[in-house]
Design a protein around this ligand. Structure first.
Ligand SMILES: Cc1ncc(C[n+]2csc(CCOP(=O)(O)OP(=O)(O)O)c2C)c(N)n1
Ligand SMILES: [Mg+2]
Length: 383
């Protein structure tokens, strides 16, 4: 842990978005679409934090507040057929591509809804068919990098002009999967783009305690790949930086590692009080809140009328209210379906008529059934 009194060095990032509105190639509708995804995610997560404290969420809650510009900027560059995977901090990317808040809220509440039917909460959205989001692999940090290399290999073998974009954290650049995945992707020149959000912590560990190099891009020479680093809270800096990496990968030149410096405004999860975050660091980054910076840029530089933006703010509150109402109205999955869709049929499965004779019913199960969650004020474990 960093001692609160320790002297910290802060980067030289501006408090304002730099782009000149005349140089930005977007219509007003597009500018407001960026804002909407960021705003909706922020409002959603603020409410989610409250719902967690009210015991209405099953399991732990992980939020991406403060990292919305990286998510939205990168998601805006995806093309049809591209696949991306997210970890805990990319809700605004999901909203940008059209995921509905009702759907995400129902997942956090563990309700009986496709595709997971309460099996996996809101942390990892997996919906390949509708949104091009990869089916989530597992919770092992960095596992999405070799898995992403596999998707990218499939694109290459099929001569499909698509990329696999994996959002990842700074902590996830230390486990072995990161090295194996990027090594393989580089050798085969695969269209894999890693967006690494350096949000200053992995749990409570700052980068200097888990990396022998200063920046994640310093790891890139080991793979001989394209790498670039930029400020992650300026939406247009994100878009321009990520665009170069994505074009590199899409044009068949091999993987790209893009590092964005940003800040995790909340704890690792909502169970974490962040007492290890030095005040000076928090203040520095909160003065560079990506949503606030973009809001100011829209008003002051792009001259968007305040009431147009206010309307979106109000609409976000309404959408989140509706999402909560919808999610609360759904049932929990039935306990007897607990193993449904978990196992593929096997030729060695017992015949249905033999099944009941194999095991005695369990009288006092060690793991309470899903119905018992009602008695638990807060659920689940943390990881
Ligand atoms: C291989 C492995 N080791 C440890 C963990 C436990 N774990 C989950 S998230 C996390 C920290 C992730 O930090 P980072 O990659 O920086 O992402 P962030 O949470 O900051 O977005 C750890 C250590 C894990 N899931 N997998
Ligand atoms: Mg991190």
């Amino acid at each position: 842990m960093v001692e609160a009194t320790q002297k910290i060095s802060l980067p030289d990032f501006p408090k304002e978005i730099q782009a000149d509105p005349h140089d930005v190639p977007y219509t007003k509708e597009q500018l407001l679409k960026f804002y909407w995804a960021m705003r909706l995610a922020r409002t959603f997560e603020e409410r989610l934090a409250t719902l967690y404290r009210q015991g209405k969420i099953l399991g732990a809650v992980y939020l991406g507040m403060g990292q919305e510009a990286t998510s939205v900027g990168c998601a805006s560059l995806l093309q049809k057929g591209d696949i991306f995977s997210t970890v805990a901090r990319n809700l605004s990317a999901w909203f940008y591509v059209g995921v509905q808040p009702e759907h995400v809220m129902a997942r956090w509440m563990g309700k009986d809804q496709p595709p997971s039917h309460g099996r996996e909460l809101g942390l990892f959205l997996a919906d390949l068919e509708n949104y091009g989001l990869a089916p989530y692999h597992n919770g092992a940090m960095g596992s999405w990098i070799p898995a992403g290399a596999g998707y990218a290999l499939a694109f290459k073998m099929r001569r499909q002009p698509n990329i696999y974009l994996a959002f990842t954290g700074d902590g996830a650049t230390s486990p072995g999967d990161f090295y194996e995945g990027l090594n393989f992707a580089s050798i085969h020149k695969l269209p894999l783009v890693i967006i690494c959000e350096v949000n200053q912590f992995a749990y409570s560990t700052p980068p200097e305690k888990q990396m022998p190099v200063k920046n994640v891009v310093d790891r890139a020479p080991a793979f001989n790949i394209y790498a670039e680093m930029a400020f992650g809270n300026d939406l247009f800096t994100v878009i321009e930086t990520a665009r170069r990496g994505i074009e590199h990968a899409r044009s068949g030149k091999g993987p790209a590692l893009i590092e964005f410096k940003t800040f995790r405004q909340r704890g690792h999860g909502e169970h974490d009080d962040c007492s290890y975050v030095p005040e000076e660091l928090r203040t520095f980054w909160e003065e560079r809140d990506p949503l606030v910076m973009y809001h100011r840029w829209l008003l002051d530089r792009a001259k968007i009328a305040a009431d147009e933006i206010d309307r979106l703010d109000e609409e976000a509150v309404r959408r989140v209210d509706a999402a909560i109402e919808y999610a609360e109205s759904l049932p929990y999955p039935k306990p007897e379906t607990v193993t449904d869709r978990l196992f593929a049929p096997s030729p060695h499965d017992p015949r249905p008529e033999d099944r009941k004779n194999l095991y005695e019913p369990i009288e006092n199960p060690a793991i309470p059934s899903l119905t018992a969650t009602r008695e638990r004020p807060t659920g689940g474990g943390h990881f």
